[in-house]
Design a protein around this ligand. Structure first.
Ligand SMILES: [Mn+2]
Length: 318
């Protein structure tokens, strides 16, 4: 029985493969639509519609099915990427409990990583990153986390819910496979209190506020990330400036610029191996009429993909 549902359309030119028996791929993309909700009316939430909303803009963030010249990549995406690139569809939530859904999500991601794929995840809210981290832990490779977000996401629980969207980086800190983390774009207020900030600092998380990035650029951020470990990158869409990515639940003014984040991801993808990347917390109903949030999200993925697989990129070796 397939664990995923067919997407409305594939991501760029990826082959849609719903049979997990055929998930051996170099690059895989999967929609994980749900996290653990804080309230019953969050099932389903608007973020659960994001995976298809992003795919729908494929022609705008990657014109010509990846066969047109991309000035951010210095070539066309299709010729940089390995042939075996698959879109695994969306993991929708049925009548099962959240725990059962998370187990299915973890199983799907484990399957992809064990097959050797670089994995891109479209959320869903930020709770989606928790089963992703559990899959990485099961696979067991030592890695470093790069987190882009307006918010710290270090709560251990909210109203008794332990796996919600305020907690993914706390859970990351509990995983043996996670060597450390850099958190970028922090600003304003969110669910974090002083205790969570202290816990993150005690753990050794390297925190970069949006203000610090405006003042000093991404150079110090890049220096904080060890070059000898593979990376998992988690991007909360609200880490970027809401003027550029308005389609989020918790818009926070003064965020990171999309172009600067594209360049940052390109640098990381060139210099080291990226195991995977998620983009979460896109709320399509708050997006602009031209779907710019989804287009920008697509550009973040294309930059990471293209530079990872370019000659000399982190997935190609020298
Ligand atoms: Mn978040």
């Amino acid at each position: 029985m397939p664990v995923t549902h067919a997407p409305e359309r594939p991501f760029v030119d990826f082959e849609v493969v719903l049979d997990p028996g055929r998930w051996d791929a170099d690059v895989a993309l999967i929609g994980i639509a749900h996290g653990e909700p804080y309230a019953f009316d969050e099932v389903p939430n608007d973020q659960s519609r994001a995976p298809d909303a992003v795919r729908r803009q494929s022609d705008l963030f990657c014109y010509g099915g990846g066969r047109h010249f991309d000035f951010d990549l210095g070539g066309d995406l299709a010729s940089l990427l390995p042939a075996r690139r698959i879109d695994c569809g969306n993991l929708a939530r049925g009548a099962e409990s959240y725990a059962e859904y998370a187990t299915r999500a973890r199983g799907a991601l484990e399957r992809l990583w064990r097959g050797g794929a670089q994995v891109f995840v479209l959320g869903g809210d930020h709770g989606v990153t928790i089963p992703v981290l559990e899959a990485l832990e099961a696979v067991g490779e030592r890695l470093y986390i790069v987190h882009i977000d307006a918010h710290l996401d270090w709560r251990t629980e909210v109203g008794g819910v332990r796996h919600g969207y305020s907690s993914p980086l706390y859970w990351a800190s509990t995983k043996r496979c996670v060597a450390g983390m850099t958190q970028i774009g922090l600003r304003g207020t969110g669910s974090a209190r002083a205790a969570e900030v202290a816990a993150a600092r005690t753990y050794g998380s390297r925190l970069y506020t949006a203000r610090a990035v405006r003042e000093h650029g991404f150079g110090p951020v890049l220096e904080s990330i060890p070059t000898d470990l593979p990376l998992y990158i988690t991007i909360d869409a609200d880490g970027l400036d809401p003027a550029e990515m308005p389609g989020v639940m918790a818009p926070a003014p003064g965020g990171l610029a999309v172009g600067a984040v594209v360049d940052f991801l390109a640098t990381l993808a060139r210099r080291q191996r990226i195991l995977g990347l998620d983009v979460v917390e896109i709320a399509p109903r708050f997006d602009a009429g031209n779907a710019i949030t989804c287009i920008a999200a697509g550009r973040l993925i294309v930059a990471t993909l293209g530079h990872s697989w370019a000659p000399g990129g982190g997935r190609r070796g020298a």
